[in-house]
Design a protein. Structure first.
Length: 256
């Protein structure tokens, strides 16, 4: 048992390390810190995204995901995204906007603007860390489980579809469970007449930094995938790390 756990920890740690020359990612929180800076004149207010720690100690997911892995991806790579995003938006019309609004605005219906990658990767990674918890996995309950069974046929059917989306995402990207309250599968489209049939759960995958916010969907769960992703990492994430409580709370907010 101990040897198997150690093997899993090593495989997950290696899976998180990008290929040489590959991209890195990070995540700040969605809140901004307002700072007052005075220079021989009136007070100038600037908005700054902050790096937010995962909602658990960095060693809390061991042996499934090591402290070194979290320190490497959260403490180093994520900080770069936060800093780059703050530099890109300072003094622009994006300065002061919520991170979700920055993402949609810079997605620009698929014609990406420069700040999109840093903004979306920032949001995606915060969301990813908060999708996990120590002692996670198992099955959800309540309305979430009911909707999963309704929209995927069974919980096992959902797991199969989600794993397939993660395993078949070409290159770096994400697999998502999202709540779709929009009939139109078009970026940034707004459905003027949503119906009950539109309100369903869907599994989608997205390349690079793209996330379901740009399709007017509400993300509920995500897994980070990349060029050297491993099937054992995907299985371990779904079976032992997912926080179904977090997913259920997100569903409540999406339906509110």
């Amino acid at each position: 048992m101990a040897a198997a756990a150690a093997t899993t920890a090593v495989s997950l740690t290696r899976a998180f390390v990008p290929c040489q020359g590959g991209s890195t990612r990070s995540f700040p929180c969605r809140k901004k810190e307002r700072q007052c800076m005075r220079k021989a004149g009136p007070c100038m207010i600037t908005a700054k995204f902050e790096l937010k720690p995962p909602p658990y100690p960095l060693n809390a997911l061991e042996p499934l995901m090591s402290r070194d892995t979290l320190e490497y991806h959260w403490g180093k790579h994520h900080r770069t995204y936060v800093e780059n995003l703050n530099k890109q938006i300072v003094g622009t019309e994006l300065d002061g906007m919520a991170l979700e609004d920055v993402i949609v605005a810079t997605y620009n219906k698929g014609d990406l603007l420069p700040a999109f990658n840093n903004a979306a990767q920032a949001w995606n990674h915060e969301f990813f860390w908060e999708s996990m918890k120590p002692g996670g996995g198992g099955e959800p309950s309540g309305e979430l489980l009911e909707l999963i069974i309704r929209d995927f046929g069974s919980f096992e059917g959902f797991i199969k579809e989600f794993k397939a989306a993660a395993a078949t995402q070409f290159g770096s990207g994400w697999a998502w469970l999202a709540y779709k309250a929009n009939r139109l599968d078009v970026g940034n489209a707004v459905n003027p007449l949503p119906s009950e049939e539109d309100k369903k759960l869907v599994v989608v995958k997205s390349p690079n930094a793209v996330n379901p916010l740009v399709w007017d969907h509400s993300p509920l769960l995500t897994i980070d995938v990349w060029e050297n992703r491993r099937p054992d990492y995907i299985s371990t994430f779904m079976e032992k790390l997912v926080s179904w409580e977090a997913v259920s709370l997100r569903l409540e907010k999406a339906k509110a």
